[in-house]
Ligand binder design. Structure first.
Ligand code: GLU
Length: 410
């Protein structure tokens, strides 16, 4: 299997060829502006010292300050963070918010650390990189393994060096300069675009079945949105395995169960199946909403879904993508499908800069407008150029970044 960065590059190259992008521009756009790798030592609760590695990959700032999440996961490595940083460059351009792309991460299994240790880890990471990010440079946000609490620690630690600066990070708690609706934003955006995609194919959510792989922040809010919209979510999963209920899972019951037990294990609302079985279910919409590389050349031929919506970043390998193209299964790509999160991050940053607060209905309205406008644009380019939705999204993203680069000069 290709490395994550090679995979991201393959998608980039394909679109760059369609748009006849010069080799010099390709070189410039593929090369990250700055790669940060730091030692992050902390004192464990038992007094021992533990050493972690932290990354912040700053891919491109042609369109504005760089933006992207911070991931705490034991599989985090330089190649993956760089791939995810480049996805952020195209994602912010696809939804046309004035940002570049970056991503960060610490290679750590969060389950091994206490809350106090996680706080020390986060603050120490900020100590190492505080000069290299900030409201007008690079703005971190939550990703896998991090949440609003992590962002509050980042803001607090950053401000010890630089003074009041809530816009240095997004996805903060609502009580601490966060935006209403940020937590639900990625899932809500995925839900909005799933409905839009179905509509284009003359389908309705009420007559559709959905399987969602991953029941974390993105998976839960996507499930709740589609369930409320009248869809039948028949399968959900987490690391412990998957649940199938052909009558439709009671999503609220699943949310309550996971809220209390922290896992789907033992959830009585359906039969147990494996994660692999979930990916191969005969559903209308399959939504991978967890880690990358879950749809591969080994299982793509088994997928029976009619449409795939990439709520996760990089869930489909290029080999699997080629199989879906051949089988004519439309894939709504990550850089469009899950852009709701960074879009509401932008709204949070705007509010922080203006010392002004929007209410939830305004956030939701503007999110819907941004997502729908971006979807319509990608859809029409895909039809006009006769390319898959992913290529169309890359064409728009790369086009905007390369124009900004030419206009600004180097
Ligand atoms: N981590 C999210 C993503 O991958 C959000 C990034 C952000 O809000 O900056 O898009």
């Amino acid at each position: 299997m290709k490395s994550a960065f090679e995979a991201a590059q393959q998608y980039f190259d394909e679109a760059a060829t369609v748009m006849d992008l010069s080799h010099s521009m390709r070189d410039l756009l593929v090369t990250p502006e700055r790669e940060i790798k730091v030692q992050v030592p902390i004192k464990r609760d038992n007094g021992e010292i533990a050493t972690f590695i932290g990354y912040r990959m700053q891919h491109n700032s042609a369109r504005g300050p760089m933006k992207g999440g911070l991931r705490y996961h034991h599989e985090v490595n330089a190649d993956e963070v760089l791939a995810l940083a480049s996805l952020m460059t195209w994602k912010t351009a696809v939804v046309d918010i004035p940002y570049g792309g970056a991503k960060g991460g610490i290679s750590v299994n969060t389950k091994d650390l206490s809350l106090d240790e996680l706080e020390r880890l986060t603050r120490r990471f900020v100590d190492e990189i505080h000069d290299l990010f900030g409201p007008d440079k690079d703005i971190p946000a939550p990703d896998m393994g991090t949440n609003a609490q992590t962002m509050a620690w980042i803001m607090n630690q950053y401000e010890k060096f630089h003074g009041f600066a809530p816009a240095c990070v997004t996805g903060k708690p609502v009580e601490l300069y966060g935006a209403e609706g940020r937590e639900e934003a990625t899932g809500r955006g995925v839900g909005t675009l799933t409905l839009a995609l179905l509509r284009k194919f003359g389908r309705s959510i009420e007559s559709s079945t959905v399987a969602i792989q991953g029941f974390g922040n993105v998976g839960t809010f996507t499930a709740a949105y589609l369930h409320k919209a009248g869809g039948k979510v028949i399968a959900i999963s987490d690391v412990s395995g998957a649940i199938l209920n052909r009558m439709g899972i009671d999503i609220q019951a699943a949310l309550d169960w996971v809220g209390e037990k922290k896992s789907l294990t033992g959830f009585p609302g359906g039969e147990r199946i494996t994660n692999e079985e979930l990916l191969a279910l005969d559903v209308d919409v399959l939504i991978p909403a967890a880690l990358g590389n879950v749809l591969t050349e080994d299982n793509a031929k088994d997928v029976r879904a009619k449409y795939i919506v990439e709520a996760a970043n990089g869930p489909t390998t290029p080999e699997a993508d080629a199989i879906f193209r051949k089988r004519e299964i439309p894939v709504l790509p990550d850089i469009l499908a899950n852009a709701g999160g960074v879009t509401v991050s932008y709204f949070e940053w705007v509010q922080n800069q203006q010392y002004f607060r929007w209410d939830l209905s305004r956030v939701r309205e503007e999110l819907e407008r941004t997502m729908t406008r971006s979807f319509d644009k990608i859809w029409s380019i895909a039809n006009e150029k006769k390319v898959p939705l992913r290529t169309a999204a890359y064409l728009v993203g790369i086009g905007r970044v390369s124009r900004a680069t030419v206009l600004g000069g180097i």
